[in-house]
Design a protein around this ligand. Structure first.
Ligand code: FES
Ligand code: FES
Length: 151
């Protein structure tokens, strides 16, 4: 199968019907995307497919044939950290950080579509991302700050 991953064309040979997350982690050494629940509940595995955040644990790899996929490794823009990454780095809203890559990808996909959201809209957008350390208030605030910085 062929697709674009983090701006580069990629050809991968797949056997059976692996999920995208398996292909990233086991064939492409893109281990920033995490396995959490494996059931599309926690959001730890989210990546962008054609600009929308999707759970890669339940997304068949072959379904992204010909599409643009971005993982947490590909969020940089023009060689610099994405503003959301930069604010997360400065504010450090996480504890263990296991949810961070899914949060980042979901936040970036959301802000691309809604660059100036309210806090309530951010809460709604992040609804599918679970943080087991419960650092939600700091994460929401960091995304809000990033949106204002980008504006
Ligand atoms: S690991 Fe995919 S949503 Fe939890
Ligand atoms: S900081 Fe630990 S799961 Fe979110």
């Amino acid at each position: 199968m062929k697709f674009t991953i983090n701006g580069k064309e990629q050809t991968v040979q797949v056997e059976g019907n692996p999920m995208l997350l398996e292909v990233f982690r086991e064939q492409l050494e893109l281990t920033g995307t995490k396995y959490g629940c494996g059931e599309s509940v926690c959001g730890a595995c989210k990546v962008m497919v054609n600009g929308s955040a999707v759970p890669s644990c339940i997304t068949p790899a072959v379904s992204v044939q010909g599409k643009q996929v971005v993982t947490v490794e590909g969020l940089e823009r023009d060689g610099a950290l994405h503003p959301v990454q930069q604010v997360f780095l400065e504010v450090d809203p996480f504890q263990c950080g296991y949810c961070a890559s899914g949060m980042l990808v979901t936040a970036v996909a959301f802000l691309d579509k809604n660059p100036s959201p309210s806090r309530e809209e951010i809460v709604d957008a992040m609804n599918g991302n679970i943080c087991r350390c419960c650092t939600y208030p700091a994460i929401i605030e960091a995304i809000y700050q990033a949106s204002r910085k980008m504006a």
